[in-house]
Design a protein. Structure first.
Length: 273
């Protein structure tokens, strides 16, 4: 078995926990790959996060941002999140429980296999281009936001017109992402046990309320009245498009596969207050 470890960059606590976990895993005769930034801190040979899809389990140590970063490289590999952040919707394991929890997953792998929960990913496409998968959200917006910015748009769900007008942009989120950027834009909270795509118009002039669409729906955003548009996935990947353009957002494979115990959704919500 091989375990990949991705620790929050610039966080010494995360790096030291990664080192302790690496030592304990090697004692259990498990191969270990450590992300390059953490490996530099620990004076080890590192593995690019993009290559973590070749291991059997990825351990993310940090906040939800670190988990999303690890998920980009992990592909369909199960991810276990150790929470060093403030909220922890994705990271359910406390630091003091990390070693024992990961070793329990190793035992499970060697017996009947690791049990996982799946969370959807989204991808945007336009004129032959396709975005990286997003675990939280895809944002389609004008080149700049605010007064004098934004973009003209039409939103269709499976071909049927839902809304149109002028807005800073349109955000399509997974239930996982409903607690992130979507929430700050006035979108609804969606419990992780509920399937669906959340469509939220960003600072729209009029517009419609946020919509929870079918998880298999295709959400198309037709863009006009601007020089350019930007597609952003999980706050990282960014693509600039010439306008007019039509961007389609839909679920994509593989889903995020989450290992280990589940976080308490309502307890994590309480930390947002």
């Amino acid at each position: 078995m091989e375990v990949g470890i991705v620790a929050q960059k610039g966080n010494n606590r995360a790096a030291f926990l990664a080192e302790d976990l690496r030592d304990r895993l090697r004692e259990a005769e498990v191969r270990v790959a450590v992300d390059e930034a953490t490996a530099d801190t620990l004076d080890l040979d590192g593995t690019p996060v993009a290559a973590m899809d070749g291991v059997d389990l990825v351990v993310s140590i940090g906040g939800d941002g670190t988990f999303l970063f690890a998920a980009r490289g992990a592909g369909g590999v199960p991810i276990l999140g150790v929470n060093l952040g403030e909220v922890g919707f994705l990271n359910a394991v406390a630091p003091e429980e990390a070693v024992d929890t990961v070793l329990a997953e190793v035992d499970a792998f060697r017996d009947d296999g690791i049990r996982v929960r799946e969370a959807p990913r989204l991808a945007a496409s336009c004129d032959g281009w396709r975005s990286e998968p997003a675990a939280n959200e895809v944002v389609v917006q004008g080149g700049r936001r605010g007064r004098g910015g934004g973009i003209g748009y039409e939103v269709r769900v499976d071909g049927s017109l839902y809304s149109s007008g002028h807005a800073d942009g349109v955000l399509v989120a997974t239930p996982t992402g409903s607690t992130a950027y979507n929430l700050s834009e006035g979108g609804p909270l969606v419990h992780p046990s509920v399937d669906g795509l959340v469509v939220t118009e960003m600072c729209a002039e009029g517009g419609m309320p946020p919509l929870l669409a079918d998880p298999d729906a295709a959400v198309s955003v037709t863009l006009t009245d601007a020089d350019e548009a930007v597609v952003i996935t999980d706050g990282r990947g960014q693509r600039t498009l010439d306008v007019p353009a039509e961007v389609t957002v839909a679920a994509t494979e593989p889903p995020v596969r989450i290992a280990g115990p589940s976080s308490d959704f309502f307890e994590a919500l309480g930390k947002l207050q």
